[in-house]
Design a protein around this ligand. Structure first.
Ligand code: IVH
Length: 693
């Protein structure tokens, strides 16, 4: 107990209690909300301890909102979370006329259109700002939210209401519910002056108008947002209570009528027109009052947009044609070789730091061995580097005229720089891989970092540095160790809270973060395993097809057999080819992986996959097989549609098949379905069943 406690009479205790509560709250806010703690963990712990002891001595002082009663409260970000009724997506990219053609061809193939069928495209500038969703109900602005991770963003209504461009009330005629998606940006010219003034006060200028806009809307105090030169452009819809348009162009016109600011645009019928508009906007770029980083192309017909749907996080009906990247010249000081979680050696250029397009760049990717050879990149060279959007900066070429005499060609290592095992390149592969496998610490550490990363287990507070430290100290050597850490720590003579830089609070927060992830959706779990070539989208696909970890494991073990049904089913999944299948099957063929899975299963709750939409559709959870030639849908469209509604599309017919959809000239699969007594549907019957006839 702290000294002096017994000497306090009740009145003093009450005053002291109130002061402590206030103090601790203030430090909580500084720590959680502003990421700017003012005192050390140890000092904070002392304050809390005093409060606890005071309350233990005078239980009548305890109030429900005392910090002692709200332990383990989720770190508040200061903004309320908002679930988006319709996810906020990103866009795929194209960089050349050829890729624009490719984008259009893919659309034609998906929709089953003839080769040269014109597709009307709305082309408009791609604003480099901060995406935002405005929700209007009965014409009134009721909510504004950031994109966040696409599924959930933050409520920034109060801040957005200070932007003069954003109408608080729409002009008459808008549907009852109307979500307008668009971009908040900062006036480019005003940014310069404003940023200079700002820098004089805070000493922290923003790198570019985009960051300034993002910083402005994330002000906790909306009066600070007001007065900043912010604007808004609307470009797409979220949830709407009724259809009010048949084309993208009509959406734009209606939004403008109701009072939403719209960018210039052009309705294009030919690739030449698209390219001309891209060129025109590129020429205007420097004079525009907003930053742009490309042009967005959108299929004009909304019935086509609907049929095209989405792949992973982007619509098939839109793409961004990015502008050429910004470049700069700098010196390449060194080439480091990094070892990834799958053993791939990746060369990284360490550069003399330089500003490119408003961002300081000190590293660039060199891709692989051949890339270094092809460009003859040497240590000490002056190189042209470029960065485009969010992509990692790249080395474009070497300025050989600036090369010093006597410089040597770079020799790529043939051993792992970490575990010293042989690093080999399989035939036809671009990457060289460390053969150390389980003994390679670099791979193990990278696998752990991947396991806790944002799209996997997303364990806050277990960042790269801490993973490396805990690996060194042998506290965490495998994913399952993360979930036994707390128990081991309790018995440890050198607990985490006693380590340098740690305290009671940070230790408690770490375990709270770990424990909050003991329940995890199957798709995240599969992604977290870090199996080669299994990215987020493929993990989701696998989760939706197999439903549970048990099913996946059983199927992958059965699929080791060359001609098995399990293997055919795996290969029938969209985007899973033989090479991905091999990596997946290979993972489940290793005993140590199965052992790790068993350990994780005993420590975690892995939630079976839940279909996001269409869960109540007639075909959700059913296994279907398409065979023969379909006439109203292309095969890709049929498959994507069935999967969207929660069905599993298999490649072969078995007892487990629920429906076989037989098009024209169906052959052996139809015969097998008849033999097994599986329900057979015509294309029209299928369309009627899924409600699309
Ligand atoms: S359409 C489903 N149009 O770019 C349609 N997006 O890189 C999705 N963006 O997340 C977006 N200008 O924040 C669209 N004219 C425009 C845009 C635009 C900027 C942003 C948007 C999107 C990001 C994707």
């Amino acid at each position: 107990m702290s000294e002096g406690l017994f000497n306090l009479d009740l009145e003093d205790s009450r005053t002291r209690h109130a002061r402590l509560v206030k103090e601790i709250r203030r430090h909580d806010a500084a720590y959680y909300t502003h990421d700017a703690p003012e005192i050390s963990d140890a000092e904070y712990d002392t304050l809390r301890k005093e409060l606890e002891e005071l309350e233990a001595a005078h239980p009548n002082l305890i109030t429900p909102d005392s910090p002692t009663q709200t332990v383990g409260a989720a770190p508040s970000s200061g903004f309320k979370k908002v679930r988006h009724a319709v996810p906020m997506l990103s866009l795929s990219n194209v960089f050349s006329e050829e890729e624009v053609e490719g984008f259009l061809d893919k659309i034609r193939r998906f929709l089953g259109l003839p080769e040269n069928e014109p597709i009307e495209i709305v082309a408009e500038p791609k604003i480099d700002g901060l995406s935002c969703s405005l929700r209007y109900e009965h014409g009134k602005l009721v909510q504004a939210a950031t994109r966040g991770d696409g599924a959930e963003g933050e409520d920034i209504t109060a801040n957005v209401k200070t932007i003069p461009d954003v109408p608080h009330t729409l002009k008459p005629g808008a549907p009852d519910v109307l979500e307008v998606r668009g971009e908040i940006y900062m006036d480019r010219k005003k940014f310069m002056n404003w940023n200079a003034e700002q820098a004089a006060i805070t000493k922290k200028p923003f790198a570019n108008p985009r960051n300034a806009a993002a910083g402005s809307v994330r002000q906790l105090d909306a009066t600070k947002t007001a007065g900043r030169p912010l604007h808004f452009f609307g470009y797409a819809l979220g949830e709407v209570s009724e259809k009010f348009a048949t084309s993208q162009e009509e959406i734009r016109k209606k939004l403008a009528q109701w009072g939403i600011p719209e960018t210039p645009y052009k309705l294009c019928k030919k690739t030449a027109e698209i390219m001309a508009f891209h060129e025109k906007i590129l020429q205007q770029r420097a004079d525009l009052n907003y930053e742009i980083d490309g042009v967005v192309y959108k299929v004009n017909r909304l019935d086509w947009q609907e049929r095209l749907g989405f792949v992973s996080r982007s619509p098939r009906w839109a793409t961004a044609h990015k502008f050429p990247a910004e470049q700069a010249v700098t010196k390449l000081n060194a080439i480091d070789i990094q070892v990834g979680r799958t053993g791939a050696l990746t060369p990284v250029a360490r550069l003399e730091p330089i500003t490119v397009g408003g961002v300081v760049v000190s590293n660039a990717t060199l891709h692989n061995e051949d890339e270094i050879k092809r460009k003859d990149i040497r240590i000490g060279d002056y190189v042209v580097i470029q960065r485009a959007g969010d992509v990692i900066p790249q080395v474009v070429k070497v300025l050989t005229e600036k090369r010093e005499t006597g410089s040597k060609e770079y020799t790529y290592p043939d051993h792992c720089p970490i575990c010293k095992s042989l690093a080999i390149r399989e035939e036809g592969e671009a990457v060289r891989r460390c053969t150390g496998g389980l003994i390679c610490e670099a791979q193990a550490v990278e696998r752990l970092k991947h396991f806790v990363s944002r799209l996997a287990f997303d364990i806050e507070g277990l960042g790269s540095k801490i993973i490396e430290q805990f690996w060194e100290e042998e506290l965490i050597r495998s994913p399952a160790d993360i979930f036994t850490l707390e128990e081991r720590n309790q018995k440890s003579l050198t607990p985490i809270r006693a380590k340098e830089g740690w305290g009671d609070l940070s230790e408690k927060n770490l375990f709270a973060a770990i424990n909050s992830r003991r329940t995890i959706p199957l798709n995240r779990f599969i992604y977290a395993l870090g199996i080669r070539q299994i990215g987020e989208a493929t993990a989701k696909k696998l989760a939706s097809v197999y439903g549970t970890l048990e099913n996946l494991r059983t199927a992958m073990i059965a699929a080791q057999e060359e001609n098995s049904e399990a293997r055919a089913d795996l290969l029938a999944i969209e985007d899973i080819g033989p090479s991905v299948a091999d990596d997946l099957i290979g993972f489940f063929a290793e005993d140590h992986n199965l052992e790790q899975l068993r350990r994780l299963q005993s420590l975690l709750t892995i939630e079976p996959y839940e279909a996001p939409k269409g869960g109540d559709s007639a075909v959700a959870g059913k296994t279907v097989v398409f065979t023969g030639t379909l006439t109203k849908l292309t095969r890709a469209e049929a498959k994507a549609g069935a999967e969207r509604l929660g069905a599993k599309v298999a490649g072969s017919v078995s007892k487990k098949t629920d429906y076989v959809i037989a098009g024209e000239d169906a052959g052996s699969k139809l015969k097998k379905a008849q033999e097994l007594g599986v329900t057979i549907l015509t294309e029209d019957e299928w369309l009627a069943l899924v409600g699309a006839a």
